[in-house]
Design a binder for this molecule. Structure first.
Ligand SMILES: Nc1nc2c(c(=O)[nH]1)N[C@H]1C(S)=C(S)[C@@H](COP(=O)(O)OP(=O)(O)OC[C@H]3O[C@@H](n4cnc5c(=O)[nH]c(N)nc54)[C@H](O)[C@@H]3O)O[C@H]1N2
Ligand SMILES: Nc1nc2c(c(=O)[nH]1)N[C@H]1C(S)=C(S)[C@@H](COP(=O)(O)OP(=O)(O)OC[C@H]3O[C@@H](n4cnc5c(=O)[nH]c(N)nc54)[C@H](O)[C@@H]3O)O[C@H]1N2
Ligand SMILES: [Mo]
Length: 605
C-alpha cells in the first residue's frame, strides 16, 4: 500500500478490503518510512496510535518545529489552509516560531529563529531541553493525570546541555533559551514530523516531543497540542479492525516487528529473496511505489524482477509497476468524490468537507474500491454470492462515511455536507479532557518502558558521535509529491530541483565544484548527481530529495524519465532500521562524496 490510500475514503477502504481478502501477514505500507515512531510514541503514551495531537497554531505563542517543512509540505499531521498567513499571524502577535532543521529551509523564512541540528540529534536535544525545565523547576503538568514524571526527570537529568551540545550542534546557551522561552510562553506547542521520525532515534524523539508538551502543561490546552474532534471518527473503526497492535507477528527473515498490521518495508527485499516456507512469491501494489520510496531501492527492484506475479493498481507504469504482469489503472478521487476521513482529524480547526467529483470520465473505468471489491470477490466469494456481494459493496464507502457522520459529535450526514460545497467550519479545537486519553486508566504515560529502554543507546550516541564524515538527509519541494508528480511538465519545468546540496566549505575541502557532477557513495549504493553548493546546509550534511531518478522507466514516463536526478533511496540502507519499531533510517545516512573525472553533464539531459 502506498501513501495515496490515506488521502481518499474509497482507497482507504480498498486497502483494508484487499488486506482482508488476501489474509496475509505480508502487508507493507509507508508508515515504516514515515510516521511509525510518532504513532508508536502516541500509542505508548496516550493508549492509541491515532490519538495524535495537532498544534493549535491559531492560538499558540511559541511553536517549536522540529524536522518539518510546512512551507513545502503544507503541514503534515497538521491540516491547515493558508499556512503562510497563519504563521505570520503568530509572529504578528509577538509569538515565536523556532525551527530546528539541518537545512535552512523555506520554512525558516516563516520562523523567528532557525537552528541547525545534527541529523538524528533531536532526541538528545529534547532531553537537554527537558533537563533544563526539570532543573529550573519549570515543569507544570496542570490538570493532566500523568505517571512516570519522576522517571522522566531522572532520565533528563543525565542530559545536561553541556553534554549534548557537541553532538547535536546547538550550544548550551541556545538550548537553555529555547527551553525557557517554551516554558514561559502563555501557550506553546512542540511539533515534529518526518525529519524527526526517519532517523536512528525517531521513537525516543517522538516520545520526548509529546512529553515536552505535557510537562509544560501544553497538552490539550488552547494554543498547545490539542486533539481534533473529527466529524466522522474512523478511529473507532480502526481500533476494531486493526487494533493498537505491535509485535503480533514478526518478519520471517530478520524478525522485525509488525505494527498496526504492517511489517517494516525495509524487510521486503529479503522476504522476496530468501527461499523457504513463507517466501513472498507475488505482490499486489495499491497506490505505492516502493521501488522508489523504500530504502535500497535497487535491491528491491532486483527482487521484484524475480517474483512470479505482480499486480499494480496505479495509473503509472513506474519503478515498481514496471514489474507487474497486470496493471489495473484506477480512477482518481477527482473522478469519484472524496471525504478526507483519515487526515481531517489532523486539521487545526475542526472541519468537515465532502469533495464531489470534479472530472467526469467514461463508465468503463473503476476506482480503487471497485477494483478491490472485484479482486476480493473473485478470491473469496463463491460464484453464487458474487452478485449480491457486489451490489452490497457498491456505495458502501459512502454509506460508511454517512453512518460515521450521523453518529459523530456534530450529527452531520453526507447529504448535509453535499449542501455545504465549501465545507463546514466546526470551530476551534476543544480540550478533550480525560476522555481524550485512551490508556486504560486515562493517565498519560510519560516514561513508556520500550522507549525508556532505548535511552542508553542515545547516551552512547551523544558521547561517541564523530562528526568527520558526511550524512545524507532528504528534501521535499512544493511542486513535487513523493515519486509521482514528475511526469507532469507543468510541475517539473524550470530549475532542476534534484541536485545534491552541500555546504560550500565541505565542497571545497573535497575539491568539488559547484554545478559539476559528483559521486555519492553509501554502504549499499552509489549515484552520480549534480552538486549545488549552498550555505543553507549545515556543515557535514548533504541533502538529496527522494522520488527522482526515473530513467529506468523513461519509455513509459516520458517527461519524468527525461528529468535529471537520482533516487535518494539508492543510497539508504535496508539493513539499517531504528531498533524500537523498525523504521527506515532515511535521514542521517553516512555517505562519502567524491569528484569524478569528467566534469559537466554525464547523465541523461
Ligand atoms: N529517502 C526518502 N524516502 C522516502 C521519504 C523521504 O522523506 N525520504 N518519504 C517517505 C514517505 S513520508 C512516504 S509517505 C513514502 C511514499 O511512498 P509511496 O506511497 O510508495 O510512493 P508515492 O510516490 O507516493 O507513490 C504513490 C503511487 O500511487 C499512485 N497513485 C496516486 N493516486 C492514486 C490513487 O488514487 N489510486 C491508486 N491506485 N494509485 C494512486 C501514484 O501514481 C504513485 O505511483 O515515501 C517515503 N520514502
Ligand atoms: N509538496 C509536497 N508536499 C508534501 C509531500 C511532498 O512530497 N511534496 N509529501 C507529503 C508526505 S507523504 C509527508 S509524510 C509530509 C511530510 O511533511 P514534512 O515533515 O513537513 O516534510 P519535509 O519537507 O520532508 O520536512 C522534513 C524536514 O526535516 C528535516 N530533517 C531531516 N533530518 C532531520 C533531523 O534529523 N532532525 C531535524 N530536526 N530535521 C531533519 C529536513 O531537512 C526537512 O526540512 O509532506 C506531505 N506533503
Ligand atoms: Mo508520508
Amino acid at each position: 500500500m502506498g501513501n495515496p490510500v490515506v488521502h481518499s475514503h474509497r482507497s482507504a477502504l480498498a486497502a483494508q478490503l484487499l488486506t482482508m481478502a488476501f489474509a496475509t501477514h505480508n502487508r507493507y505500507d509507508p508508515n515504516s518510512q514515515d510516521s511509525n515512531p510518532r504513532l508508536f510514541a502516541c500509542m505508548q503514551m496516550y493508549g492509541d496510535a491515532l490519538t495524535i495531537p495537532v498544534p493549535d497554531v491559531d492560538r499558540t505563542d511559541n511553536l517549536l518545529i522540529l524536522g518539518a517543512n510546512p512551507a513545502t509540505s503544507n503541514g503534515s499531521q497538521m491540516g491547515l489552509g493558508n499556512a503562510r498567513e497563519r504563521f505570520a499571524t503568530i509572529r504578528d502577535r509577538g509569538g515565536k516560531i523556532v525551527l530546528i532543521d539541518p537545512r535552512r529551509t523555506e520554512s525558516a523564512a516563516w520562523a523567528t529563529s532557525h537552528h541547525f541540528v545534527r541529523p538524528g540529534g533531536d532526541a538528545a536535544l529534547l532531553m537537554a531541553i527537558l533537563h533544563v525545565l526539570f532543573a529550573e523547576h519549570r515543569v507544570n503538568v496542570h490538570d493532566i493525570a500523568v505517571s512516570g514524571l519522576d522517571v522522566l526527570a531522572g532520565i533528563a537529568a543525565r542530559f545536561p546541555p553541556e553534554r549534548v551540545a557537541p553532538a547535536v550542534g546547538i550550544d548550551p546557551a541556545t538550548i537553555r533559551a529555547i527551553a525557557r522561552d517554551f516554558a514561559d510562553a502563555k501557550a506553546a506547542c512542540a511539533y515534529a514530523r518526518v525529519g524527526v521520525c526517519q532517523n536512528a532515534f525517531g521513537p525516543v524523539a517522538s516520545w520526548l516531543v509529546e512529553a515536552l508538551n505535557v510537562v509544560t502543561g501544553n497538552l490539550d490546552r488552547a494554543g498547545g497540542a490539542m486533539f481534533g474532534t473529527p466529524a466522522a471518527d474512523i478511529g473507532r473503526v480502526g481500533r476494531l479492525v486493526v487494533g493498537n497492535a505491535f509485535g503480533r507477528w514478526r518478519s520471517r527473515v530478520r524478525g522485525l516487528p509488525e505494527f498496526l498490521g504492517a511489517l517494516p518495508s525495509a524487510a521486503l527485499s529479503e522476504e522476496i529473496e530468501t527461499a523457504g516456507e513463507g517466501q513472498i512469491k507475488a505482490l499486489v501494489v495499491l497506490a505505492g511505489n516502493p521501488g522508489s520510496s523504500t530504502p535500497n531501492g535497487e535491491r528491491l527492484a532486483r527482487a521484484l524482477a524475480t517474483l512470479e506475479h505482480v499486480v499494480g493498481i496505479d495509473f503509472y507504469v513506474n519503478e515498481t509497476t514496471r514489474f507487474a504482469k497486470v496493471i489495473l489503472p484506477p480512477r482518481h478521487l477527482f473522478e469519484t468524490g472524496n471525504y478526507d476521513v483519515l487526515l481531517s482529524r489532523f486539521a487545526v480547526r475542526n472541519v468537515a468537507k465532502y469533495n464531489p467529483p470534479i472530472v467526469t470520465t467514461g463508465d468503463d473505468l473503476r476506482d480503487d474500491w471497485e477494483i478491490a471489491t472485484e479482486v476480493a470477490l473473485r478470491v473469496r466469494a463463491p460464484g453464487l454470492l458474487q452478485g449480491v456481494a457486489r451490489a452490497c459493496a457498491r456505495g458502501l464507502p459512502e454509506r460508511a462515511i454517512d453512518l460515521l457522520l450521523r453518529t459523530g459529535p456534530y450529527g452531520l450526514s453526507l447529504a448535509k455536507l453535499k449542501d455545504a460545497p465549501h465545507g463546514l467550519d466546526l470551530g476551534p479545537l476543544v480540550p478533550a479532557g480525560a476522555a481524550g486519553i485512551r490508556t486504560r486508566d486515562r493517565v498519560v504515560q510519560l516514561a513508556p518502558e520500550p522507549l525508556v529502554a532505548d535511552v542508553e543507546r542515545l547516551e552512547r550516541w551523544v558521547d561517541d558521535v564523530r562528526q568527520d564524515g558526511l550524512v545524507l538527509i532528504g528534501r521535499r519541494h512544493v511542486r513535487s509529491n513523493n515519486s509521482w508528480m514528475h511526469n507532469a511538465r507543468s510541475l517539473t519545468n524550470g530549475t532542476d530541483r534534484s541536485q545534491l546540496m552541500m555546504h560550500p566549505e565541505d565542497a571545497a575541502e573535497r575539491g568539488l565544484i559547484d554545478g559539476s557532477d559528483v559521486r555519492v557513495t553509501s554502504r549499499v549504493g552509489a549515484v552520480t548527481v549534480r552538486l549545488l553548493a549552498s550555505t543553507d546546509l549545515m556543515r557535514g550534511v548533504v541533502s538529496l530529495p527522494h522520488g527522482f531518478g526515473h530513467q529506468a522507466v523513461a519509455d513509459t514516463l516520458k517527461v519524468a524519465g527525461a528529468l535529471a536526478g537520482v533516487s535518494a533511496n539508492v543510497l539508504t540502507d535496508d539493513q539499517s532500521v531504528e531498533p524500537v519499531v523498525g523504521t527506515s533510517i532515511l535521514n542521517g545516512v553516512p555517505v562519502s562524496v567524491e569528484r569524478i573525472a569528467t566534469e559537466g553533464p554525464t547523465q541523461p539531459p
